[in-house]
Design a protein around this ligand. Structure first.
Ligand code: SF4
Length: 397
């Protein structure tokens, strides 16, 4: 049982799903403090770790994990927020499609309020466009089935996590002969953008917290080039506070030992080979292509496009859109934040002009955005009942 946690053996116990039965047990403050003490005892020098995923940024701030960590461990937000990394020209294209007659545009809710160069999906809706929020791509297929006289476009954003469901939706639409359904495919791939960030050298990293949900699909093998070629440690993490602390403990241990490798702190969800069925679905419908990332630019082989065999479902092929030159929100530093080169606190618009009610950039709109996380939880949040980092570490001495 989880109550039997002891010393450094704690970490291995957290990883076994049969030991932990309820989600609350992954939020146990006593165990979190024990793991934090283990991390502190192992950390002898400054290390910089990037949490790739916006979900991790939110969990780290929400549960006050930074306050638990020793000052030697720095965590940085990365590009793992699908709404945030959608490039402005791609969003402009979606907004232009939303303005077309006889079209129903379907999208996840967060995309509605993201400002494009000249408008937003929300504004397109206010101006008469038929733009609908959906909870899954399957909802978009249902809308297409019920509105055969209209063209129904799904805005396909996200990483390897959402791509299999989009592939399945396209296969279903073909099977059911739903010819009025299509996808504007903006899906992106995780390992290639990690490579791009490491190649740029802009932010020096010692370790990466790899996204658990993406890794459920792709497995752990695709990260192996990172320790091998860049000497950077990789550990896959779930999204509960103990998952993340366990992940950081493994990263710090690898870094201190000088043995960078790929490990999983999320073995209850991730197999080394990933989810074969999901990968087959992706392989059937998509091929790899270059993709445009906000703040990073075109990253080779970092996106998906619909194969020509399924081009009747490719909104890019169906709609011929001419775009005006794109422009970024003035003063917004989302691009820097996505690359880990700045924090929201370094943006002069943060909390003054830019708030969740009146967002200037996507990082404040998205539920996975770093600016939204900083706004919601600040940097002092601490759900484990410790008011100051110093207090914890004075306890450990
Ligand atoms: Fe952009 Fe607002 Fe974040 Fe500044 S605070 S980087 S303006 S989203």
């Amino acid at each position: 049982m989880i109550g039997q946690y002891r010393g450094s053996a704690d970490s291995e116990r957290v990883t076994r799903s049969r030991v932990v039965k309820f989600i609350d047990e992954y939020r146990n403050s006593d165990l979190a403090k024990k793991l934090a003490r283990t991390i502190a005892s192992r950390s002898s020098r400054p290390v910089r770790i990037m949490e790739f995923c916006g979900g991790h940024t939110h969990a780290i701030l929400r549960y006050g994990l930074r306050q638990l960590l020793p000052t030697t461990v720095e965590t940085k937000s990365g590009p793992g927020c699908p709404v945030c990394v959608t490039a402005t020209p791609d969003l402009d294209k979606a907004i232009a499609i939303a303005h077309l007659p006889n079209v129903i545009t379907t999208t996840f809710g967060d995309m509605m309020r993201v400002p494009g160069s000249y408008s937003s999906l929300q504004q397109a809706k206010a101006e008469g466009g038929d733009v609908r929020t959906v909870y899954s791509v399957a909802d978009a297929v249902d809308i297409a089935r019920a509105n055969r006289q209209k063209l129904v476009v799904f805005l396909g954003i996200g990483f390897e996590t959402t791509a299999p469901t989009i592939a399945a939706a396209i296969l279903k639409a073909r099977q059911e002969k739903i010819a009025n359904f299509s996808v504007l495919c903006l899906n992106k791939l995780t390992p290639p953008v990690m490579k791009a960030l490491l190649d740029s050298g802009e932010v020096k990293l010692d370790g990466i917290i790899c996204p658990g949900h993406v890794s459920v699909i792709i497995g752990s093998h695709p990260y192996e080039f990172i320790p091998r070629n860049y000497g950077v440690s990789c550990v896959i993490s779930g999204f509960e506070p103990l998952d993340i602390l366990l992940c950081i403990e493994k990263l710090v241990t690898q870094i201190e030992n000088g043995t960078p490798t790929v490990e999983s702190a999320y073995t209850r969800g991730v197999k080394p080979e990933g989810n074969k069925r999901a990968l087959q679905l992706m392989e059937e419908v998509f091929e790899i292509d270059d993709a445009n990332w906000r703040g990073i630019g075109i990253v080779p082989q970092s996106g998906l496009r619909i194969k020509s065999n399924y081009e009747e479902f490719d909104a890019d092929k169906i709609f011929s859109i001419k775009l005006q030159p794109s422009r970024e929100p003035k003063g917004c530093r989302c691009g820097d934040i996505i690359r880990g080169a700045a924090t929201p606190l370094e943006c002069s618009l943060f909390k003054t002009i830019c708030t969740p009610e009146s967002p200037v950039g996507p990082c404040m709109v998205s539920s996975e955005g770093a600016c939204a996380a900083y706004y919601l939880y600040g940097t002092e949040a601490n759900s484990f009942g410790l008011s100051k980092t110093k207090k914890l570490h004075s306890e450990t001495k």
